[in-house]
Design a protein around this ligand. Structure first.
Ligand SMILES: [Zn+2]
Ligand SMILES: [Zn+2]
Length: 257
């Protein structure tokens, strides 16, 4: 069986819907054989009150503590595991400049793109047959990648489109082609696989296989229990083999500066 030794998509208690301290994730990751671990908790949004952030993301004033905690653990654990402090962010055109500046100021090393909502704020993962929403999602992901600041696209197949399959394929191809041109790997999300969510979506990965994208497995861990999941990882490799996906072990972080 193939092994997974690096993961760049992980959350912490700070977002309000995950559990476990940074240290618990790191201890569990080491035991599970990981040598590189990136935290990518949900980015705080400027102007969001604690009430509006509750259950979804940390608040702006928690950001520095998050980054410092990961960096201190990185120093402490030294040789055992390489740690990185990142954030999972949506691409919101009007907010993105301010968002990335606050991430840089806090010492965040990298960003991954998780487009959880489309223009207007509707959840991307809610089932819908609107072509406009599908196109909007794909446009936001492509524009997000074009900022040059994202190291990885998290669950690119989060959009839950129930309409015309040919249209979906066209849009997915467009997204995959742009990711390939920009050299950004796409994530096959193992939490979705473990939990039987609507992603990984075979129709999307068909387009990625045809495009020849680099694909990375991520745990998207929302609890330390989501780390040691060898059977799910094995299923992931099985899917990759069957679909002809090019799985890459690690990614080149686009470091924020
Ligand atoms: Zn989450
Ligand atoms: Zn995530």
């Amino acid at each position: 069986m193939e092994h997974m030794t690096s993961n760049f998509h992980s959350h912490t208690w700070r977002c309000g819907h995950a559990v476990g301290t940074e240290r618990e994730y790191v201890d569990t990751a080491i035991k599970a054989g990981f040598t590189v671990w990136g935290f990518s908790d949900h980015i705080p949004l400027p102007g969001y009150s604690p009430e509006r952030s509750a259950g979804m993301r940390m608040t702006m004033d928690q950001l520095q503590g998050y980054v410092d905690t990961v960096k201190d653990l990185g120093d402490e654990y030294g040789e055992k595991i390489e740690l990185h402090a990142g954030l999972e962010a949506e691409y919101v055109p009007a907010l993105f400049g301010e968002l990335s500046r606050s991430a840089v100021r806090a010492g965040v090393e990298y960003l991954i793109l998780g487009q959880h909502f489309t223009t207007g704020g509707a959840y991307s993962g809610a089932a819908a047959d609107s072509p406009e929403r599908l196109r909007d999602y794909c446009r936001l992901v492509k524009e997000g990648m074009e900022t040059g600041l994202f190291s990885l696209v998290a669950h690119p197949d989060l959009i839950n489109f129930t309409g015309d399959a040919a249209l979906f394929y066209d849009e997915a191809r467009g997204l995959c082609l742009r990711a390939k041109e920009l050299g950004i790997p796409l994530e096959l999300n193992l939490l979705g696989l473990a939990m039987g969510k609507h992603y990984p979506n075979p129709a999307f990965w068909c387009a990625a296989a045809e495009t020849g994208n680099r694909v990375v497995f991520s745990l998207d861990a929302h609890a330390p229990e989501h780390i040691a999941i060898p059977r799910v990882i094995e299923r992931g490799f099985g899917i990759a083999r069957d679909m002809g996906l090019d799985i890459t072990g690690s990614i080149d972080l686009k470091r924020l500066k």
